[in-house]
Design a protein around this ligand. Structure first.
Ligand SMILES: Cc1ncc(COP(=O)(O)O)c(C=O)c1O
Length: 383
């Protein structure tokens, strides 16, 4: 027997109850029955996004939500500021270029968060920039960018939008869209939303909707104004991902029940515990200064082949963690805290990592990381 554990930053585990809900016989989407489910999911999504604005539910992965924001908010030739601190920051730039926008790049060293002063300097230098495109949580480097501080710059101007990829931040740590004045927030179903891949959720501010009226990038499927109009009638422009929406309603109900603040606290506790384990094991965190609570990345000790380590963890230990991407391929391992993940998933991840490192000859003391994590994880049971 080899029991498996999915602890990578997406897709993430799906709760049994949600799987059962989604396994119900298919229903037609143009029915009062589905509209009720869709309407409830869309309403509860506002709670998750901490907004009064509509949250559009698209049949797409997260990247589709990013693309929808570009094409619905901007026009060819528009200058946008791209915070490129990892694989997903780079993606903002690539999508922008695809649609003829002019990205102004801030290249951030991997493992570091963007400096707000650098954002301000670029905005001052290029007053014609129309959007700041950034990740709240840059999953490839496990870094959290300073969204609240950036929002203080963007919300002063009517002609400048803050577009935040919250794909591994929404439902993980606070990203209060209305309070901070964020203009676009995106998330995806296979992260903190505890669902299979296939849904992107997008919400826009009033300022963004005004900008959308003038945007000229071509788009057909991802027409957010059309989706908003349909949402008012509790439906979608095209066939929705019916089963995923049924699952979404269930997950959002559970998140509301747990309370968003508690959901954030849980992610933070698991992340702090894992960071303590990394330290106790004498490993180097990849994001020492501004770690995100979505996943914790660490450099693999010298002499250990990271590719083989992650493969062995998955195929022999049954524990799926994530390796490094691009220039960190084979050098980094990432443990996710996202979604339907709790105390003992984290213990499993750390214990398995310690064992696998020993298998590959690394000099780490088994149990030391687990013990350090347990000290923090115990908080949950000592209220
Ligand atoms: C921060 C971030 N942005 C974008 C994406 C892309 O999302 P998808 O693979 O759902 O298109 C991911 C996926 O891991 C992500 O973590």
């Amino acid at each position: 027997m080899n029991k498996t554990y999915l602890l990578a930053p997406g897709p993430t585990p799906v709760p049994e109850k949600v799987n059962l809900e989604m396994a119900a016989p298919m229903i037609h989407h143009r029915t009062p029955q589905f509209s009720k489910i869709f309407g409830e999911a869309a309403e509860d999504a506002k709670y998750l996004f901490q907004t009064k604005q509509d949250v559009m539910i698209l049949a797409s992965t997260g990247t589709g939500g990013m693309e929808a924001c570009i094409t619905n908010l901007f026009s060819p030739g528009d200058k946008v500021l791209v915070i490129n601190g990892g694989k997903f920051g780079e993606r903002w730039g690539k999508i922008s270029q695809t649609y003829g926008l002019e990205p102004v790049w801030i290249n951030v060293e991997w493992g570091q968060a963007v400096k707000v002063a650098d954002v301000k300097a670029e905005l001052d230098k290029n007053p014609d920039i129309r959007g700041v495109l950034v990740q709240a949580s840059e999953t490839s480097t496990t870094v959290s960018h300073p969204i609240e501080e950036i929002s203080k710059l963007t919300r002063q101007r009517d002609d400048l939008l803050l577009v935040v990829d919250g794909i591994t931040a929404v439902g993980v740590y606070p990203l209060p869209m209305d309070e901070w004045g964020i203009d676009a927030v995106i998330t995806g179903s296979q992260k903190a939303l505890q669902l299979p891949p296939g849904l992107a959720l997008v919400s826009l501010s009033e300022k963004a909707w005004k900008q959308a009226e003038k945007a000229k990038c071509p788009h057909f499927y991802f027409d957010l104004a059309k989706e908003r109009k349909n949402l008012a009638d509790k439906t979608t422009a095209y066939t929705p991902a019916v089963s995923l929406v049924i699952g979404l309603r269930e997950v959002l109900k559970n998140i509301k029940e747990e309370g968003l603040e508690n959901v954030h606290k849980r992610h933070n506790r698991l992340a702090r515990a894992t960071r303590a384990a990394v330290k106790a094991l004498g490993m180097q965190p990849v994001a020492p200064d501004s770690p995100a609570d979505s996943a914790t990345g660490m450099f693999i000790p010298e002499g250990v082949d990271g590719g083989k380590l992650v493969k062995s963890l998955r195929d022999e230990f049954g524990v799926t963690l994530a390796g490094g991407q691009d220039k960190w391929k084979g050098k980094v391992v990432r443990i996710a805290h996202l979604g339907y993940v709790d105390t003992f998933d984290t213990v499993v991840a750390i214990a398995a990592l310690e064992m696998a490192l020993n298998k590959f000859g690394a000099n780490v003391q088994m149990g030391k990381g687990v013990a350090a994590a347990q000290e923090i994880l115990l908080e949950a049971y000592c209220k």
